[in-house]
Each structure stands twice: as structure tokens, then as C-alpha cells.
Design a protein around this ligand. Sequence first.
Ligand code: PBG
Length: 331
Amino acid sequence: MSRGQYPSTRMRRNRMTAFSRRLVAETRLDTADLIWPLFVIEGQNIAEPVDAMPGVFRHSIDQLLQQAAKAVELKIPAIAIFPSIDAALKDETGSLARDGDNLVCRAVSAVKAAFPDLGIICDVALDPFTSHGHDGLLDQDEILNDETIAVLCEQAVHQANAGCDIIAPSDMMDGRVGEIRTALDAAGHQNVQIMAYAAKYASGFYGPFRDAVRAGASLGKAGKSTYQMDPANSDEAMHEIALDLAEGADMVIVKPGMPYLDILARAKAEFGVPCIAYQVSGEYSMLCASFDKGWLDRERTILEAMTCFKRAGADAVLTYFAPEIAMIIRR
Ligand code: PBG
């Protein structure tokens, strides 16, 4: 392509007026691209602040319904529900994950009954339920792969029975997407989607989330690095995504978000499938801390981050800022 030279070409011309900047914008924000993660706890009429995430709460199911109503009102297409389980109910094997009447399943049925058109996403992983905080079954210091998958399949079917629309395996065991697909189909849930955390990295940016769901305080020295990916790797993420797609994933997640936009851009370019970014808890909290200090402009920075996710190739973004972004777009 031949391009002009200065002074006939002046890049700044298109930027001179607000109308022109709008005309040439390549990326636009849309409420339809938002997924709002929410935390649920047992009890009645509870909204308990998460210390490490200003403005984020653990809601009891009755209060969660009000948040869901807000999502519907703001036209946010989907929410992701994460349970915060009482320590007394956790055990080594995360047995509560296999109980179809557990907190997350009850939350899903309540939201589905009240708002049938709101999309509901559930993580499949054992970490909210295990006393050690790992995503899988632990033997000495090894996380067992195949044994864990069997439990994840049961967990997924319970969540689908409760009315979950999209199952999101976030555990990073090998082969779990295919087996979960088979289990869902066998239970008559052929139309339940799978949004695989395909490229999920062992990240320091999950710290505040582990506070929110009260999990992982006791993870060993290796943390989750024997199953989540090494932040040093990019080709490996493409390999992971290819495997999850071959096993039947309908959409893939890249996580964390902003430090991993290169992975997101590669995923979108190389596979051309629905790619979802997760702006994780640590990204949320570090932005909030700066807003609080007056170091960053809140609205401008939140919208810029969202725009960059879209520009890099995200079809949708999981973000704790979802309602705020939706309200700004509406104005
Ligand atoms: C659990 C899970 C985690 C997140 C989503 N699902 C934490 C982890 O893997 O340790 C992180 C979300 C966030 O930080 O916002 N498997």
C-alpha cells in the first residue's frame, strides 16, 4: 500500500475534531460484550465487602438476585457466579462440589428462575470447596489429573441441572473439556455451552479473588504452577487452546487480561473463535487503589482498558467493572 508523506499527509487531521475521531474509531465499546463476575455466600440479607476488592461484595442469594436484576436492567448479557464457602464445609476432596444442592447450584437456580434470559456462567474447579485451596484432588503434593476430572464432570452436571448456561472449566487439568462435554451430553445437556479457561496462567494477579472466595491461603510453595501455565509462554497457550477446541470448547478464555493481550491477539488471529478476556481481581484492585489515591482518572482508565481488550481481539470481557462500564455507555 502506498502511503503519502508529510506535509501532504498529516495524521493529526483525522484527530482534530471529536466528530472525526468518532468516525475513524476502529473499536467501540458495547454493553453486549460484558460479563459480570459475582460472589455468593450463605445467609440472608448479607452484602459483605471483600477487603482486597473495593466496591465488590459477597452477596447472600436474596441479595445476589438484586445484583442480577441490575445486570438485566443494564442489559449485561451474562454473569459468572463464584461461591465463597464456609471453611467448616470444606474438606480435602472438595466433596461439596458434588452436592447438587450446594450454594452455587442454589444460587444458579434462584437467578435462573427470576431472570430466565440472563446468561449464567459457573466455574468448574474444586478450589472453592477444598481445604487446601487447590483446583483438584491432592495426593501428597501432587494434584491428580484424571481423578480430578471425574469430580469436575459431576460438578458440571450439577451446575447444568441447576440451570447454568455456560460451564467454564477453570482448573487446567488435561483432557477435562472433552470429558465434561461427554458428561453433559450424557445428562441431556447438549446445549449447555463450554467456555474453557484454555490459556490460564499461574498468576500473582489472582490474589484478591482468593480473598473473595476465601480459598488458597494455604497453597503450597509451588502454588498452582503444576497445572496453570507459566507466564513466560505463548506458543504453549496456542497448544492449550487448540486442544480445548478439539475437545469441544465453544469459547476460550485468556486469563489474566491486560498483561496478556499478546496471547489474546494471537488466539483471535490464529483460531478465529470466540475469545474472552478476564480482567482479573488483581487488575481490578490495582486500578481501584490508584483511583483511590487520585493517581489515575477512574472513568477514563476503565474505558481505556476495556477498549484495549476489544482492540486486541476480545469478543467479551469478564470484568468486575461491568456494571460501571454499562452505566457509562448508557449515558
Ligand atoms: C478458580 C479461579 C480463579 C479465578 C477464577 N477462577 C483463581 C485461581 O485460579 O486461583 C481468578 C479470578 C480473578 O482473579 O478475578 N479456579
